[in-house]
Design a protein around this ligand. Sequence first.
Ligand code: GLU
Length: 322
Amino acid sequence: METVKHIEQHSVQPFSTPVVGRFAPSPTGRMHAGNVFAALVAWLVAKSQGGRVVLRIEDLDAERSKPQFIDAVQRDFERLGLTWDEGPYFQHDRTEAYRAAFEELVAQGLVYPCFCTRADLHAASAPHRGEKPVYPGTCRGLSSEVRARRAAERTPAERLIVPDETVAFTDLIQGPYAQNLAHDCGDFLVRRSDGAFAYQLAVVVDDAEQGVNSVVRGVDLLCSTPQQLYLQTLLDLPHPTYAHVPLITAEHDRRLSKRDKDAALDALLARFSTPAGVIGHIAGLTGLAPTDEPVTPEELLAIFDLSALPTTFPDLVQIRWK
Ligand code: GLU
């Protein structure tokens, strides 16, 4: 029978331990309005509870991460007044920690090699509930002979076996959220075929090691959270609180991307004259402030109310950029 696991997170308030939030940018481009908004809320959530913020540069994807963006993202945070108290930590320094966690999962007998190509995956998995493709388990049952033969031909990726179990938790913004790991997600990657450890594994290991107990990020990552909660349980790591902010979208509800010139930070600074002008526009647009007058994060902190978060945003999923 299917089981439902309700994940006990840190209590929202009062926190028994100091709140540690994080900025976790991927240095694959300049920040856009959506990244600024998520970082602003992460900062407000931590600071409003007397907490700290860790900066972690998520450069796991060596091909897409660029040195110039590592510098740029830090300068962008500084200019905006989004200060951090610890870091930057870099994922490229953390391979041994990811390997140790990976080996622990292997020792639990929960990891298997996957030889599916991108094309195989595309053909085999229909996107489910508009969220993400569900891996159908193609390589789960391969015999050791087949595995050995195929591994001699090319290096496989590695997947984690998930149980037929529903993981349920309460998001500080989105409210109750549940996902059946087997049906909504499927066995997921913990290492890619190029040898890089997968995002889900790295983020869980990093959050725990860096003491992060408050995760604030875009709602596009909401559907990754049950996977991360499951990994935390397997690795005996604490569960942070999660708050997934709406995405800021461009025209026709297209997601903003780091290539969107109109909402990239340089364009925003040119349009709104000052960092406070940019923060003010984003705060007004998203309901964090009553007007879109220029404002600093420090000034917003004075009016920020953590308990009003879910009712603050005009839409929980997407807010149209203006
Ligand atoms: N590095 C991811 C990004 O820039 C965020 C990952 C996370 O917050 O867990 O979109």
